[in-house]
Design a protein around this ligand. Sequence first.
Ligand code: SF4
Length: 440
Amino acid sequence: MTQLEAAKRGIVTDEMAYVAEQEGVSPEFVRERVAAGRIVIPRNPNHHTLRDFKGIGEGLSVKVNANLGTSYDYVNPEEEVEKARVAIAYGADTVMDLSTGGDLKAVRRRILEVATVPLGTVPIYEAEFRAARRKSFFDMSADELFEVIEEHGQEGVDYITVHVGVTLKSLEAYRHTSRTTGIVSRGGGLMAAWMLHRGEENPLYARFDDLLDIARTYDMTLSLGDGLRPGSLADSTDRAQVAELLTIGELAERARRAGVQAMVEGPGHIPLNEIATNVQVQKKLTGGAPFYILGMLPVDTAAGFDHIAGAIGGAMAGWLGADMLCYLTPAEHLGLPTVEHVKEGVIAFKIAAHAADVARGNPRALERNRRMSEARYRLDWEGQFALCLFPEEARRLKEERGSMTKACSMCGPFCPMNLVEAVLRRGEKVELGVHRGSGS
Ligand code: SF4
């Protein structure tokens, strides 16, 4: 029985109870929303190392996903495993293995071994890889794609991105746009090329019921991918993007009816002034399905620092209702990220998600910020390290410079919080000259 089927029958599963505990809400709150398709809990029972279940969706904290995986040019499975470890250590709520080079099955198995959080994949990469090695990508059969999906389910993959909205109809809409950057989704582009070359409908759309059967068997959450997402601000919120979303909305509803958990992926390159529209339209057209966004990236020009640009868009989108942010790394648009890039990307997006939680009025996020401020005002450094998002980094920076006063080395004896507190509240006589003398 899937989480969704259980929820519809009024059953609170162990996973729902765990999520409720983690989020500080009642189990019934989680169950109701899982039943309505507004929260998903990606959880394939075959993923034996999964311990930290995640609820993604309405009324919960905003989650962060970290992508990793080998590429055609660079195959080092152990480095990808290390990326998964580092991403999880820094707070990634899920990881996706997007490998396209080397022994894909072996890489996935290794990542599954260390993935204590849900693991996602994009099965068309592997189907394409197999067909290309045999003869040509265009030789891939629909059955082959479904076989790969089934294998991912058997191995324990918790959610899969499927570009079901890239249909002959949405490609027709795409033809009538004058896009600057065409199709930028790797899976969406592969699917579109296959369809156009063979003149056939997308098998994931044409045989959506088969897809639902496999997903239901393993309780693999479907992440309905946005293959026609805009890859530049010039292409944002255009007809092709919206045409695809209309189809995805219908399929999300069909998944819910079939007892299959589904979330919906979203853009992409979107300027700040269009983020609210994108979130509202997505939520409206998909019946409130959890919204998993890629960024959003509000500028095209931050190459080398796209993790910062994406965190700005992600914070705003999360505040307005997006439920999971797919991180970007400094290497986005430039190359395969290193372990350090993964760390930087996760840190940037955890901050974005936390900012969104605060803006959404998440009680735990608000309380943590309040307590952090109190500790800061008391110059209680241990208290601050315990409450800040990345204690190790904070401690290292504090100690790097040292300080001759109780305050930090920025203002030293002139620390306004310490000074005003001493004079006003504690009634102490403060000799600034003496402080300066001892501190400099
Ligand atoms: S010394 Fe300045 S920067 Fe440091 S804690 Fe006090 S006010 Fe803040």
